[in-house]
Design a protein around this ligand. Structure first.
Ligand SMILES: [Ca+2]
Ligand SMILES: [Ca+2]
Length: 229
């Protein structure tokens, strides 16, 4: 069997190394193709093993139960209402079925819990501004804006639509079931920010609802201005 000296880089046989003069007395004729194992790292040697990366803790996936809906019935967590599902609190509509929402990606804002008419955050004064608010999936933000007949309210919600589609709805005083009541004003576009304006026709605490479309989540800034006629 014939060996070339560079083949020896791949083996560890002492006899073969000696045959090529690696430790013998007779020099080996220069050969540009031969790698000198004694002075340079052979190119074919496998790289030193790298320490395996330390395991990383991965949060357990949220355990969302499967919900099955027959066509048109919205499933066990809601019921059909016109062309949409009226889902129970804490559920969102997906393809005609009320299902549990995904988890919020960030902590909610410090006005929580303000998810219902009874829990509404009161808006004081003629100019109200908050810059650190968040709508979590299936979690309304409700504000109470007391108006006198003829007063005008303008509501601005500022956010990036690409991060989550938020919408605004304003309801008459006394409204508690937002899913079954028609708003007196709404702003539900599909671009950045929403603006809603309304002139009160009744005295009382109007309810402003900030809602993520189909369970959308997003942070937002809210400004409410009330002006006299
Ligand atoms: Ca919130
Ligand atoms: Ca919107």
């Amino acid at each position: 069997m014939m060996f070339r000296c560079r083949d020896l880089i791949m083996v560890s046989s002492l006899s073969l190394l000696q045959a090529c003069g690696a430790s013998g007395s007779a020099p080996v004729a220069a050969d540009a193709s031969v790698v000198d194992a004694g002075s340079a790292a052979p190119l074919d040697v496998a790289p030193a093993p790298v320490d395996a990366p330390a395991p990383v803790d991965v949060p357990a996936a949220r355990d969302v139960p499967t919900v099955t809906c027959a066509p048109g019935d919205c499933g066990p967590h809601g019921h059909s209402h016109g062309d949409h599902c009226d889902c129970d609190p804490g559920f969102i509509e997906r393809d005609g079925c009320c299902v549990p929402p995904p988890a919020c990606s960030q902590p909610d804002d410090d006005l929580e819990e303000n998810d219902s008419a009874a829990q509404a955050t009161p808006v004081e004064g003629s100019n109200f501004v908050r810059r650190d608010l968040r709508v979590c999936p299936a979690d309304l933000d409700v504000f109470s804006v007391t108006l006198r007949t003829g007063q005008r309210v303008q509501v601005d919600a500022r956010f990036s639509h690409a991060d989550g589609d938020l919408d605004l709805y304003l309801f008459n005083p006394g409204t508690t079931n937002f899913g079954h009541s028609a708003p007196v004003a709404r702003a539900d576009g599909s671009t950045d920010n929403e603006r809603l304006s309304f002139t009160a026709r009744r005295n009382g605490a109007h309810r402003l609802v900030v809602l993520g479309f189909e369970g959308a989540e997003n942070g937002y800034e809210l400004e409410i201005n009330v002006t006299d006629p």
